[in-house]
Design a protein around this ligand. Sequence first.
Ligand code: NAD
Ligand code: TYD
Length: 350
Amino acid sequence: MSKTIIITGGAGFIGSHVVRLFVNKYPEYKIINLDALTYAGNLENLKDVEDKPNYVFEKADIINKDEVSSAFKKYNPDGIIHLAAESHVDRSIHSPLDFVYTNVIGTVNLLNASKELWEGNFEGKRFYHVSTDEVYGALGAEGLFTEETPYSPNSPYSASKASSDHFVRAYGETYHLPFIISNCSNNYGPNHFPEKLIPLFINNIIEKKPLPVYGDGKYTRDWLFVKDHATAIDLVFHRGKEGETYNIGGFNEWQNIDLVKLLVKKMDEKLGNPEGASEPLITFVKDRPGHDLRYAIDATKINKELGWYPSVTFEEGLAKTIDWFFENKEWLKNVTSGEYQTYYEKQYSN
Ligand code: NAD
Ligand code: TYD
């Protein structure tokens, strides 16, 4: 069956993998990538699909309600997959308001535009909000986040995502807007912007720059290969139950310091360096304020209901990621010029 879907944030890291999957898998759909092209948005990520007949790029800022509503009128979508966001915790500590504008107000603008367009005829419509496990706050050494874990966000980023999740649910309750939400753990893979741990450290190892590990490095994250997140999004969008939340995770917890040591080892192998050559780059630096100790997802629900499970191991995913960065040095060079340098100075100068 044909569908018209607006994917917001499709020029970003995860969004570009979702756009590619949908454009290639569903030639009968029309896929509109709606993106403002902030520092994190990059149409280079979608070079291989830009000429496909079922793909359209629409430059629009979700903070601007007129731009959102005119895009909705122009394309008349049946489905929204909403990924556009300010996504980096450290930037949210410097500029929390930017996160309120895009993540909260931007989401409400999309909800209003969907409600206005679909009012009175919600049949076959779906608003899919892509969120994060960080809304649940921090775990201690034990336990996992389930769909029933109470929200307890600690960073301006996670507070803004939690707020957007609440607005989505409220539009479901109040206006019967057909919604679905997923909350995913840390992604990694090709096209990852080099401000996040794994791509930042890959870039710094290539450039022989220090690897800034926050605090004692004993913080734990659950890592998922980005293409496995995209396949989960496909399943949730098509087969998930309306009004429900699905947790998505990698079954793959790593303390930062152990992950960094593995990454250094794999990078030295790739660079043809002697074992341990890049280890001295590891530098413990001032901790992130409000740093969440541990995130870990219980992804039983999506596994049982939709049969989803990650397709690659961490070793395989990391190898694919490293290969991609070596094959795309130009991409890396382009995204680390300009604004990136200013951000880097501000974040890591003391
Ligand atoms: P990203 O920062 O790589 O990309 C964000 C995209 O949104 C960019 O293309 C950017 O141009 C666009 N954008 C930002 N502000 C916009 C605005 N005002 N209007 C229109 N477009 C705008 O983000 P990502 O890592 O790909 O994350 C995508 C989504 O997935 C986010 O909602 C994030 O909260 C969620 N998420 C991310 C992770 C992760 O590990 N990266 C994990 C779980 C959930
Ligand atoms: P990050 O990739 O920013 O994702 P998130 O904060 O959303 O989990 O960080 C992953 C972990 O790595 C987190 O515990 C913070 C830590 N980290 C560092 O130690 N140094 C860094 O330079 C960065 C960016 C992150």
